[in-house]
Write a protein that binds this ligand. Structure first.
Ligand code: 9MR
Length: 382
């Protein structure tokens, strides 16, 4: 009897030890996961990166290794824009877009489509007839429908979410007077979402814009989305492009926008994140690609690397933003960096050409910046 009791106790101890070792393994695996960004944010939000034509065409193998280990979502930086896909009416070129999708599928990435309707980079034929006259609302509607149905239909089930309309509201909350707006009025927004929904009823549909922390734009976007919702239009998310600087926007205003958009009952995504350290010709530059400021040496001060004080500011600012995103991870489904390493970034060429900027989380040689491990440590606390 006594022996049996001891045996039972022994077995119990053995069982407990096995459980402890098992638990230890889970804890260990948990710790291991925090060595990559995607592991650190698991269960919170996707962490994405924009892929350029060079990435897609395998021109930068080391960057792709960074992508595969740290990121679990991709978006095409340029290759799905209408000017790239349908430069001439009815002539679709899907070469790079197909490669982008194939890569994403082969690597188990969450794939985002960017972008269906955008005033910028839209080919001129969209809005003009053979004689060069502006088309009627009916013709533009048909062209939008053909474009959206063809592109969304091709990647049905593969692209999980689309930036359906990009940058249609101005900083003061009014509508951008684009050709889409001029010809169709506010209805172009509704039509774009309807056509995308018809082409892939399961895809998530987003509105995406820059300077989204700006109170005027915030109000305008909220009004526009409420209007869509009142008409029964499906809209699943709002993309806040994160083209930020060292001073602008404030965390406070950014947070107000996360809350205001989330209150609409849609998911919030931080899209196009990059943090410029360079002097800005204006406080609030936005991200309008048409802006172009003349080069001056004084606007390009860090060609040989960042001084310590600027590096410190950069790190603190990234930490503050990721803290904000983590604080609201229940409202945010994705954070996407606009490129993989600093060499990829459009910021080296905008709004001043030929500068050296450092806006992303990985250095030009693909090594992680020191802030990356700090961000991962921070994420582990949530
Ligand atoms: O980063 C993109 C750059 O390579 C292109 O030349 C430019 C024009 O197509 O677009 C840039 O990406 C923009 C994005 O598509 C929409 N929001 C602003 C981004 C930066 O301009």
């Amino acid at each position: 009897m006594k022996v049996n009791k001891i045996n039972i106790i022994k077995k119990g101890v053995l069982f407990a030890s096995v459980m402890l070792v098992g638990l230890g393994c889970i804890v260990k695996t948990g710790r291991k996961d925090t060595e990559t960004l995607k592991g650190a944010f698991e269960g919170k939000f996707y962490i994405g990166a924009a892929l350029s034509g060079n990435h897609i065409n395998n021109q930068s193998q080391p960057s792709m290794e960074v992508l595969k280990s740290h990121f679990n979502s991709i978006v095409s930086e340029n290759n799905m824009k209408s000017g790239m896909i349908q430069l001439r009416e009815g002539e679709f070129n899907f070469e790079n877009a197909d490669k982008f999708i194939e890569f994403g599928e082969a690597n188990g990435m969450h794939i985002v489509g960017h972008t269906l309707i955008w005033h910028s980079q839209a080919p001129r034929w969209f809005f003009t007839d053979n004689d060069g006259n502006q088309v009627t609302p009916e013709v533009l509607t048909q062209r939008m429908k053909d474009h959206i149905h063809t592109v969304v239909g091709r990647y049905k089930g593969k692209v999980k979410g689309w930036d359906v309309v990009n940058e249609a509201i101005l900083d003061d909350g009014s509508w951008r007077k684009s050709k889409f707006y001029e010809i169709l009025g506010e209805d172009f927004m509704k039509l774009a979402f309807q056509f995308a929904h018809e082409a892939d009823p399961d895809a998530e549909l987003y509105y995406n814009d820059y300077s989204m922390a700006n109170p005027g734009k915030r109000d305008g976007v909220v009004k526009m989305v409420k209007n869509l919702q009142a008409q029964g239009i499906k809209i699943d998310g709002i993309g806040m492009q994160g083209h930020i600087g060292l001073e602008y926007p404030t965390i406070d205003e950014f947070e107000k926008s996360i809350l205001a958009y989330s209150d609409l009952g849609v998911t919030v995504m931080i899209t196009e994140l990059d943090l410029s350290v360079l002097p800005s010709p204006r406080r609030d530059m936005g991200a309008d690609v048409a802006t172009n400021v003349e080069y001056q040496q004084s606007l390009n001060p860090y060609t040989e690397g960042l001084p310590d004080d600027v590096q410190k500011k950069f790190d603190e600012r990234y930490m503050a933003f990721f803290k904000l995103f983590l604080d609201h991870h229940d409202k945010i489904s994705r954070v996407t960096l606009w490129g993989i390493n600093d060499g990829d970034s459009w910021k080296n060429g905008w709004p001043v050409r030929g500068r050296t900027d450092y806006p992303l989380l990985f250095n030009r040689d693909n090594t992680p910046k020191s802030v990356v491990s700090d961000i991962m440590k921070l994420a582990a606390k949530y």
